[in-house]
Design a protein around this ligand. Structure first.
Ligand code: RP5
Length: 173
């Protein structure tokens, strides 16, 4: 294994994951993804990029993402949620889509806007408001080539398992 591949991908402070959302009103959901990345020590950036209100910024963000050092993008939007799909069409980086639930239609519109991508342009769609899993999926993507992150993910899974067992014990008390 070349020496460079043992260097953790998140060894510098430069962001390697972009957390973007269609509106600042999506932050109540997307903050969960940011929190997971912070917990795992993954440098990331947070940005409002609207597919409809800031189309030039969308184009710039997608086209420049890889060159700026990003390795994955988490994109959340609600309603006519075109942000994740458009970003996936502008970059070869993995894009994780988070359907944000709005007051109308229970988030089903957001989910369907994100999940039904045409063949060739994939978006890994998580559940409605599933920003925590989006963060974890980004960590897994980075962890595929980063032993330190992979070990942290193993610890995370063991911790989850213990929590379930602890709750199980309490049920029986
Ligand atoms: C979408 O419109 C955004 O992603 C947000 O979920 C929704 C509402 O935006 P605001 O009107 O709250 O700015 O593009």
């Amino acid at each position: 294994m070349p020496a460079s591949s043992s260097v953790p991908l998140h060894s510098s402070d430069e962001p390697v994951v972009g957390v973007v959302m269609g509106s600042d009103s999506d932050w109540r959901v997307l903050s969960d993804a940011s929190q997971v990345l912070t917990d795992f020590g993954v440098p990331h950036e947070v940005e409002v990029v609207s597919a409809h209100r800031t189309p030039d910024k969308l184009l710039r963000y997608g086209r420049e993402a890889r060159g700026r050092g990003l390795r994955a993008i988490i994109a959340g939007a609600g309603g006519a949620a075109h942000l994740p799909g458009m970003l996936a069409s502008l970059t070869g980086l993995p894009v994780i889509g988070v359907p944000v639930q709005l007051a109308t239609l229970d988030g089903l519109d957001s989910l369907l806007s994100i999940v039904q991508m045409p063949a060739g342009i994939p978006v890994a769609t998580v559940s409605i408001n599933g920003a925590k899993n989006a963060g974890l999926l980004a960590v897994r993507i980075l962890g595929a080539a980063d032993p330190q992150l992979a070990a942290q993910l193993d610890d995370f899974a063991k911790d989850l398992e213990s929590q379930v067992e602890e709750k199980n014990r309490r049920l029986k008390d």
